[in-house]
Design a protein around this ligand. Structure first.
Ligand code: B3K
Ligand code: ZN
Length: 852
């Protein structure tokens, strides 16, 4: 498959002023008629993209095109000798009913329960009609939808201008929508369905009255309140924090059960995976419900960062994604403890992005070439992209950052721009910001190492830091990056902070001197995770235990426990620490913290998953050993505090459901304590689990108990699994949990997974269901990296390769680090991947296998 390169970017030769679409849905196909008003920008032919389309007719300025006037080749239609202005009329036929790739216009559901929905980002619009389907072509869209009346809901972007009956077809009706904003085709959307709607309204800071609508199946409409409230909160938040108000009279969200990813920010008509919008206490865990709010906010924030200002080309994806993730993280930090929010964001980054950056799929936040852009919706583009914006925001401080973002919106509103444009707007108060461009260009996680020397006569502390980034094949030798290192010095006697500074490390090695330091302090570095780097500082374990006690915010305390854990568990980083200091520090901290901030206490007991630990190992990775050591440490923690679990558990009594940060904290900690108690073989713990399940007031309690019973193989686990299934049989999202708790169980085997894959409720056409088994299973590396485990896993990829290559390729990325395995697993994995390579054909999957 051929590569597309950033350096080859050229402007489109034609712009589109207006598009009229007429989409008629029939029993087994759809007809799409389009009228494009095009205007020449530069020399060249009209280039339209199209895939899986049957071209019926094409005319330009009223005349049918002859075969010598245009050429149709794979995915592309080129029209020669076009005049300055061209009106194109194109008719195509498509088949949404057989579109299993879930890109373009597709039918979701089955039997009597079907709906039609679109997913166009990044290049799905070309599966609906021929079009200059690239983000730098902006146009005004008018959409007419026509369908059978058993689909009463007809939605498209913008405002409804007309609706009615179809002449001579009593069973059919239509609706016409007009979107007044100029937009790229990837933001087009339409929905043809039978849905209920939850309605609300919001008055913007500019006085605009906006109709808010959340569409879902009638059985789900009672699970839309959380999402609706989140939408209103997000609208307000963006006005207060970025001065951005909503710009249309209507904002719609539609819940769809078959969707490749989380959600999509189509202009005025967001489409959401049901898993990312529906929420109710009885069916949704707290963690999931919290992420529903974050995703609603994320898609809403795209209205300014993505839609009104969009990307010039897909290499600039991080322009909208990195900034929007940063915005949704900031929003979420305002909805709960900001320390816990930062912990969760950093944990995700370390577990997934660091691993990606260390492996063969490493790429810059702004990639320079790709075969299939769908493969680049990665944690590097999203989460590392957000970290860069965060570093810039912290470097500028709140006032100058706001000046910079105001300038960005002022300068580029209505345009398709680049990362350079973004940095240039943010630089209006400080031109050094433009140096951050190298963070976008260079792959690999920088490692910052350092040490300190204290001079008691001069009363100075000198900190020496250096940075190093691995040289990723195919890229220039890495350059030093600007790395903000938030630093504080703690007095050893009083535990108080004696100095606080943001050190900017922007050379390979640098020294920083602190004056007037009366005695040698303990240094806390990279506070609040001020840069996305690995830190190796020559700490003593005792220094870290000291910081766990004295650090002033919850994030930094968590970070210190993670450093302690990593020193215990990770080989190859000098001598391993003994767990004593860590265990003692935890034993001292936990009981106090549990009463004070239960959510933080729960996080403090985090031990990185076997998967995350593996990401730090670059050679001779032995999954069994890593798991043994990880579980061993977990057991040591459980045993160390064995005498305290009962008291802790009983101090966290179950109460009637409440959606407050405090109540969520109590539920989170109770589940952790329950698992710890079972690990330590506390006699009463099995009863606690059953009682918690039976008396649960919400899904967090019920599922927490079920998970504990399954993972600890309690005698009644199967009985409870069956009960769970019975209770929630009608709810797909809960049945996903039922699948995942089994597929991710500690004692899972490939055969158990195979039997889940043949269960009557398993459905290959529903990505949520596939992920509930396959992604859940991949959290058990000791089973995944066996011959049977891999055979099963690669079999799934092969099966999905043709039907849904976006999903197949995404699932495959979990195997990217096969080459770090110790023999003989490495060889075995390699052979299986080579086999897979021979049996797949999508460019998505082939690109993800390039390094094999
Ligand atoms: N922009 C979409 C992602 C589209 C993914 C296409 N494979 C959702 C989001 O980031 O908000
Ligand atoms: Zn996004």
């Amino acid at each position: 498959p051929s590569k597309i390169n950033l350096k080859d970017y050229t402007k489109p030769s034609f712009d589109v002023e207006t598009v009229h679409l007429d989409i008629k849905l029939f029993e087994d196909y759809a007809q799409v008629d389009s009228k494009l008003e095009m205007v020449r920008q530069t020399a060249g032919d009209i280039v339209l993209f199209g895939e899986s389309l049957e071209l019926l007719t094409i005319t330009m300025n009223g005349k049918a095109l002859n075969t010598e006037d245009y050429q149709q080749e794979a995915g592309k239609l080129t029209i020669y000798n076009a005049p300055e202005r061209a009106t194109l009329d194109i008719q195509v036929r498509i088949c949404p009913q057989t579109n299993t790739a879930l890109e373009g216009l597709y039918m979701a559901g089955s039997g009597d329960d079907t709906m039609f929905v679109t997913q166009c980002e990044p290049e799905g619009f070309r599966k609906i009609t021929f079009y200059p389907d690239r983000p730098d072509v902006l146009a005004i869209f008018t959409t007419r939808l026509e369908a059978d009346k058993r689909y009463p809901t007809l939605l498209a972007n913008g405002n409804l201008v007309e609706a009615g009956e179809v002449a001579d077809a009593p069973d059919r009706h239509y609706a016409i929508w007009h979107d007044p904003t100029n937009k790229p085709s990837y933001l087009f959307a339409c929905v043809v369905a039978d849905l209920d709607v939850l309605t609300d309204s919001y008055t913007t800071s500019e006085g605009r009255e906006v109709l808010l609508e959340l569409y879902a199946k009638s059985a789900d409409i009672d699970k839309c309140d959380v999402g609706m409230q989140a939408l209103k909160d997000a609208m307000k938040w963006d006005e207060v924090n970025y001065g951005r108000a909503y710009d249309l009279d209507r904002y719609m969200i539609v819940a769809v059960s078959q969707f490749n990813m989380g959600a999509m920010e189509n202009k005025g008509l967001n489409i959401f995976n049901t898993a990312c919008v529906l929420s109710s206490p009885e069916t949704t865990t707290d963690a999931r419900s919290f992420s529903v709010k974050a995703i609603i906010a994320h898609e809403y924030f795209h209205n300014w960062t993505g839609n009104r200002i969009t990307c010039r080309d897909w290499f600039q994806l991080c322009l909208k994604e990195g900034f929007t993730v940063y915005r949704d993280q900031s929003f979420s930090a305002d909805q709960q403890s900001s320390a816990v929010q930062r912990i969760d964001d950093v944990a995700t980054l370390r577990a997934h992005q660091f691993s990606e950056d260390a492996g063969p799929l490493a790429h810059p936040v702004r990639p320079e070439s790709f075969v299939e852009i769908n493969n680049f919706y990665t944690t590097t583009v999203y989460e590392k992209g957000a970290e860069i914006v965060r570093m810039i925001a912290n470097t500028l401080g709140p006032n100058d950052f706001r000046k910079g973002t105001d300038e960005y919106f002022r300068r580029y509103d209505g345009q398709a721009v680049t990362v350079e444009d973004f940095l240039s707007a943010l630089s209006i108060t400080d031109e050094k910001i433009e140096n951050f461009i190298d963070w976008y260009r260079q792959p690999g996680t920088p490692v910052v190492s350092g040490s300190q020397t204290y001079d008691s006569t001069a009363q100075t502390l000198t900190i020496t830091l250096n940075q190093q980034t691995r040289h990723v094949k195919g890229f220039d030798a890495p350059k030093p990056l600007p790395i903000p290192v938030a630093t504080a010095l703690f007095d050893k006697d009083s535990g108080a902070i004696v100095a606080e500074r943001m050190l900017l490390l922007d050379e390979a090695t640098q020294t920083f001197v602190f004056e007037n330091v009366a005695s040698e302090p303990v240094v806390s570095l990279l506070r609040d995770f001020s840069a996305p780097v690995q830190l190796n500082y020559d700490y003593q374990d005792a220094d870290l235990a000291f910081l766990l006690k004295h650090e002033t915010n919850g994030f930094n305390r968590w970070q210190v426990t993670q450093m302690l854990v990593n020193r215990i568990l990770l080989q190859g980083q000098g001598t391993k620490s003994s767990p004593d200091v860590y265990l003692e520090a935890l034993a001292q901290t936990l009981p106090v913290l549990a009463a004070d901030d239960a959510m933080l206490a729960a996080r403090l007991l985090d031990i990185p998953s076997a998967q995350e630990l593996a990401s730090a190992i670059s050679k001779d990775y032995d999954p069994v050993l890593v798991k043994e050591q990880r579980d061993g440490l977990y057991k040591q923690v459980a045993d160390k505090l064995k005498g305290q679990w009962a008291e802790l558990y009983n101090n966290l009594p179950m109460q009637s459901y409440e959606d407050s940060a405090e109540a969520r904290g109590i539920r989170a900690l109770r589940n952790v304590v329950l698992d710890m108690a079972l690990t330590a073989n506390v006699d009463a713990a099995a009863d606690w689990a059953q009682q918690q399940y039976d008396n649960a007031s919400c899904m967090t309690e019920r599922f927490g108990a079920l998970k504990a019973m399954v993972n600890h193989q309690l005698v009644d686990a199967d009985k409870y699994l069956a009960d769970f299934y019975e209770r929630f049989q009608a709810n797909d999202l809960v049945i996903d949990l039922w699948f995942s708790v089994q597929a991710a169980a500690d004692d899972v085997t490939p055969d158990m997974v195979k039997s889940l894959l043949t269960h009557t409720d398993f459905d290959w056409n529903t990505p949520n269901r596939v992920r509930s088994v396959i992604s859940a299973f991949s959290s058990q590396p000791t089973v995944l990296w066996t011959a049977e485990g891999l055979e099963m896993y690669t079999g799934v990829i092969q099966k999905l390769d043709d039907a849904n290559p976006v999903l197949a390729s995404r699932l495959l990325q979990v195997l990217a680090r096969w080459n770090t395995l110790a023999e003989p697993r490495r060889q075995m994995a390699h052979e299986q991947l080579v086999d897979l390579q021979k049996n797949v054909s999508s460019k998505h999957v082939l690109e993800s296998l390039e390094s094999v």
